[in-house]
Design a protein around this ligand. Structure first.
Ligand code: IVH
Length: 685
């Protein structure tokens, strides 16, 4: 039992901050989520017992601050400057020629190239290594105090250096020891939402019937500039820093390259694609590898910044207005174009959400021909008054799906048609429905052909019925051939029918039928999740299975009964009742029952705690029978965790053929090494 002393408190704060850094900055966690949660819970408990101990650098202080009425103003310690633009290589060369004339040293200058991320510029203040204040850029002289919101961004260190004792790389050590941490340090960076996280966020919102966001930049800026930090905390914002704006009482590098190294060594997130070059042509060549889109960046960037490495020289060159002469923004070709919106189509998603999209006169953006762009939802079309026949502005940024920014009203001829959302599903003709509090319109007919492919795909997927060997291609084949009209039809497929499909021979048909047969034994929670009821995911499905025990009981549950359950509100209750009321769905249940797909679960059965509860596993090499995913599922279904990297906290390394360096590491750390057979034995089977 740990002693409840303040030294344990200090240790816990340092540990949690360090693991946040490993996870959010380096993207290389060394402990499992479970272990992390344990540390965090112990910390929270200590703080609950000793509220007077809490300091602003505690990781618990990241969220939960009260909403502000408005933002205070903060005067920046030095002007937060902007950048002059260069459009193409010749423009960049012209910049170089201009500054060369001002100072002889430019001739032999080195250059640092960094991405110019399209996010929100933020200014972070550290006193004695503690994050004390953060601001927006504002007008460059005065910004807004968004400290509480920035605290929720886990990539921002609350205390620097981050766990310097753990930062073992030599270069990092020397970057720290050659300089002296200023008593007051102000750094600048760009806060943003990575493209992948943005798409995932929008997908989640869309499936929940909520409003989706337009683009990563506005979402990040909006989330940081709203008054409730709890909302900010729920957005996947991260940042990269690139500048020391001001420092007092210490010694910091005077070259841009070393600034980046130094900031990295202190524990700040810094881009890993920055490079230093001895001449401008090499810098331009590097920049161009990104501008042509050959190297895709995982975030929105509107260009690269070319900076003179010697910051003393750069400062001596002075400014033009707010633009320092020592750096230039090499802009990528615009990813915005105009084209004609020929018509507005409506797609029906798996959950039945109707999403409008623009059918465009084909147009090239950044090397890709675009014919479709998202219109988000029907409110968006109304708000922007987008009409069929309009000239529209389209944006394609990075890997983000192209979207319509808006119509060019001046280009209207009068022939454009105002848009009216459909009252019937464009695919099956059933009346569309609207759920209270959501922006989306739905088709709730489970037999709707537009939803069928996705419904079946979802039904057979790994988190649901897990029917191996039934990929999207085959699903489409089955539906096209008329063999599958709802998911229950899967269970009455015959070998002769499959053999008539293209690409099916004896073996393949037999294997598929075998895995379909096996799926009949799947548990109730998986079957409920597989039905694709609006608002019911894997966790909720598990709760419903444990509460009702079988599908007949669940189908008879009233909205009131459902709402007795934890975390189940009126909207989901209504959606469940609605689903079971649909004729098509009742027919589906009868068919499943007749096919023997009717699992039961003991009511109130406890969540699965297994032989591996509390244990962490790392797997390396190829195992004799279990695949990568297979072993993960095996361990997790027994209550264990699987992580990628070995640490002292790893319980077991599971070893297969041709292991990598993980074996050495496990041995040096004294982590137990087992093979697949021993793993199975440990699980008790
Ligand atoms: S340097 C003297 N570097 O681009 C420092 N700016 O118009 C001047 N930005 O508002 C800025 N990434 O928010 C610099 N690596 C980077 C940047 C960057 C993004 C933004 C910054 C600024 C705008 C410049």
């Amino acid at each position: 039992m740990a002693t409840h002393s303040s030294s344990r408190y200090e240790e816990l704060k340092a540990q949690v901050n360090f693991h946040n850094y490993r996870y959010h900055v380096l993207d290389a966690p060394v402990i499992s989520d479970l272990e992390y949660d344990r540390l965090l819970n112990e910390l929270k408990k200590l703080e609950a017992d000793h509220p007077d101990w809490i300091t602003p650098d505690s990781p618990t202080q990241r969220a939960g601050a009260r909403p502000a009425d408005r933002f205070e103003k903060i005067r920046h310690p030095a002007p937060i400057l902007s950048l002059a633009n260069a459009f193409g290589a010749d423009d960049a060369r012209a910049w170089f020629e201009r500054v060369k004339k001002l100072d002889d040293r430019v001739e032999n200058a080195k250059f640092v190239v960094e991405p110019k991320i399209d996010g929100l510029s933020v200014v972070l203040h550290y006193r004695d290594g503690l994050f004390v204040q953060g601001a927006t850029r504002g007008d460059g002289e005065v910004g807004e105090d968004i400290t509480s919101n920035l605290r929720t961004v886990r990539a921002i260190p609350l205390k620097i250096p981050v766990g310097s004792e753990q930062l073992s790389a030599k270069s990092k050590q020397s970057s720290i020891t050659n300089y002296q941490l200023p008593k007051y340090l102000v750094v600048r960076g760009e806060a943003f939402i990575p493209n992948k996280e943005f798409e995932a966020l929008n997908k989640k919102l869309e499936e929940a019937g909520e409003k989706t966001y337009l683009n990563p930049r506005n979402t990040a800026a909006g989330s940081l500039r709203q008054l409730d930090p709890v909302l900010t905390a729920s957005r996947p914002i991260t940042l990269l820093v690139y500048q020391i704006v001001h420092s007092e009482g210490g010694k910091v590098p005077t070259s841009q390259w070393e600034i980046l190294e130094y900031l990295k060594a202190l524990g700040f997130p810094v881009t890993d694609i920055a490079r230093r070059f001895n001449d401008l042509e090499s810098a331009i060549a590097y920049t161009e590898t990104f501008s042509t889109g050959r190297k895709a960046l995982p975030y929105e960037a509107d260009g690269m910044v070319i900076k003179i490495d010697d910051l003393t020289l750069a400062a001596d060159l002075g400014f033009v207005g707010k633009d320092p002469r020592g750096a230039v923004a090499f802009k990528f070709p615009a990813r915005e174009v105009t084209t004609t919106l020929n018509d507005i189509g409506v797609a029906v998603g798996r959950t039945g959400v109707l999403t409008p999209y623009a059918m465009l006169e084909p147009v090239e953006i950044g090397g890709v021909v675009v014919e479709r762009a998202t219109l988000h939802n029907f409110d968006y079309i109304a708000e922007k008054d987008i009409r069929a026949g309009d000239r529209v502005l389209i944006k394609r940024a990075g890997e983000v799906i192209p979207y319509v920014i808006g119509p060019i009203v001046d280009a209207r001829t009068g022939k454009e048609k105002k848009y009216k959302p459909p009252s019937k599903c464009p695919a099956c003709g059933q009346e569309v429905e609207h759920f209270e509090g959501e922006v989306a319109w739905y088709c709730v007919n489970a037999a709707c052909p537009a939803q069928l492919v996705r419904n079946v795909e979802h039904f057979v997927s790994r988190g649901a019925m897990d029917i191996v060997g039934l990929g999207i291609k085959i699903v489409e084949q089955l539906i096209e051939a008329g063999l599958v009209k709802d998911v229950a039809d899967l269970f009455s497929l015959k070998k002769e029918q499959l053999l008539e499909l293209e690409g099916f021979a004896e073996k393949k048909a037999e294997n598929l039928l075998k895995s379909i047969e096996q799926a009949k034994g799947q548990s109730l929670n998986r079957l409920i999740a597989a039905l694709g009821i609006h608002g019911v995911g894997e966790v909720m499905a598990g709760d419903l299975a444990r509460t009702f025990g079988n599908l007949s009981a669940l189908s008879k549950a009233s909205a009131d009964e459902l709402q007795q359950m934890d975390g189940l509100g009126p909207n989901i209750a209504e959606s469940i009742v609605d689903w079971f009321e649909q004729n098509a769905n009742q027919k589906l249940l009868k068919k499943l029952n007749a096919a023997g797909v009717w699992p039961e679960m003991k009511k109130n059965e406890k969540k699965k705690e297994g032989a591996f509860t509390g244990l962490t596993f790392v797997v390396t090499g190829t195992l004799p029978t279990l695949s990568r995913d297979g072993v993960k599922e095996f361990i997790e279904s027994n209550g264990g965790k699987v992580t990628d990297s070995i640490s002292k906290k790893t319980s077991y390394l599971v070893l297969g053929e041709a292991p990598g360096s993980k074996l050495d590491k496990a041995q040096s750390l004294g982590v137990k090494v087992i093979d697949e057979a021993e793993l199975r034995k440990l699980a008790g089977g």
